[in-house]
Design a protein around this ligand. Structure first.
Ligand code: SF4
Length: 103
């Protein structure tokens, strides 16, 4: 797997200071920076904050369904990796998290 250091692409070594742009083009390929090589500050600068993973999965499902919770509930794509988690809970552990946070 190809990985690129965020600092190596946009860091001070290029004399530009930090740039929030993390999309790169090389050899006619477009790719994003590897988040494993980024600092929390760099991720925050891109608008990403640490969030509970179930909440992230729920947000993805809402995005997938045009921000319509009723459509997420009705989702029939059972082969989707998110499907068991689409209601913002982990049915394997029966943990509910904070259901009040759900839209
Ligand atoms: S589980 Fe359904 S709603 Fe969620 S991402 Fe997959 S297809 Fe979209």
């Amino acid at each position: 797997m190809r990985t690129v250091s965020a600092a190596g692409c946009c860091g001070p070594s290029q004399g530009q200071g930090w740039s929030p742009s993390m999309i790169f083009r090389e050899n006619n390929e477009t790719f994003g920076a590897d988040p494993r090589s980024m600092t929390v500050e760099q991720l925050n600068a891109l608008g990403h904050e640490k969030r509970p993973k179930l909440k992230v999965m729920r947000a993805k499902c809402l995005d997938c369904c045009g921000d319509q919770p009723s459509e997420v509930l009705k989702c029939s794509a059972i082969d989707c990796d998110n499907w068991p988690y689409r209601m913002g809970t982990d049915p394997f552990t029966k943990r509910t998290g904070n259901v009040g946070n759900l839209k």
